[in-house]
Design a protein around this ligand. Sequence first.
Ligand code: CA
Length: 219
Amino acid sequence: MQILLVEDDHALASALKEALHKQGYSANVVGTGEAAIYVIQTDPPDIVILDLGLPDIDGINVLKRVRQKHIDTPVLLLTARSQLDDKIIGLDSGADDYLAKPFEMTELFARLRVLTRRLNTSGTAKITVGDVCLDINANSVALSGEELELSRREYMLLKSLMEHVGRVQTRHTLESRLYSWGEEVASNALEVHIHHLRKKLGTEFIQTIRGVGYKVSQP
Ligand code: CA
């Protein structure tokens, strides 16, 4: 998940970038509206976090210009100004959500999860983690561009892990994915499927969190 952070406050930008990395997001930072518009067009991120108060173009106008170009990348506005007006103008201009500064990181992450879920149910449903790309619409997985043969259970497990990149999925959660296919599942079924996935994806891709479960992380 690639995030473009548009924020001219260097201290805040680097703190946010680090926090996003720890959550498994990959984040690039730009400090001006012009740079934001350029990057959104040339190297489209999955989500934009856009500060309203920028040194060159107001965040609202950045947003308007992006939407005029029919680019529908989800945008989360950050506003230092607490006036309701800004929020309404922002949402009218095509923002998907907003957060008033100061905010808690946990609040930001919660909003990002909502936007991510929305992404995953829309037309552009691809999750990329390292060399692995999972296409939710096509139910397919590719490693370095080569499509892999996965069983339905392997696919469901991998999808669950990749949708929650950077976060541990407990054994219980993952097993419930297997059970949801309506068959009896042997006690070691999860390990067996993970073993098969590792053969196909390489041993490093899925990490074991001993006594808890498994996770995948952005490299
Ligand atoms: Ca600012």
